[in-house]
Design a binder for this molecule. Structure first.
Ligand SMILES: [Zn+2]
Length: 118
């Protein structure tokens, strides 16, 4: 699913597109660089490999933390607490649409995992 399709699905099912959630989840798509886990390279032919970064159970928790902090800072704790369940729902929907379910982070380390998702 591309960005537009993720937004449309969220709008249909949750009432809003949640574009920033999709941007955050797919932020590594086509990128190359270095982060806390070391070097990564998601350029080239295997364009779904970037999903190992955020399309899993731990990614959802990181998404929750990331957006909570962002909203708390901008609009206050009460607003952040209210919007977070919807952010999490949008993230879950995105991952289920891409992967069929919400994988555990470790599943991506298994080479067989890639066979069934390709
Ligand atoms: Zn995605």
């Amino acid at each position: 699913m591309n960005f537009k399709e993720h937004c449309e699905e969220c709008r249909a099912k949750l009432g809003r597109p949640y574009g920033m959630v999709h941007i955050w989840l797919d932020a590594y798509d086509g990128k190359k660089g270095r982060d806390k886990d070391g070097e990564y390279d998601y350029t080239g032919i295997n364009c779904i490999k970037h999903r190992e970064k955020r399309h899993h159970n731990v990614g959802i928790m990181e998404c929750e933390k990331h957006f909570f902090k962002k909203y708390e800072k901008r609009l206050g704790r009460e607003f952040a607490e209210k919007i977070i369940p919807q952010i999490v729902e949008a993230a879950e929907l995105h991952i289920i649409s891409d992967m069929g379910y919400i994988p555990a982070k470790e599943e991506y380390e298994n080479p067989w995992f890639w066979r069934k998702s390709e």
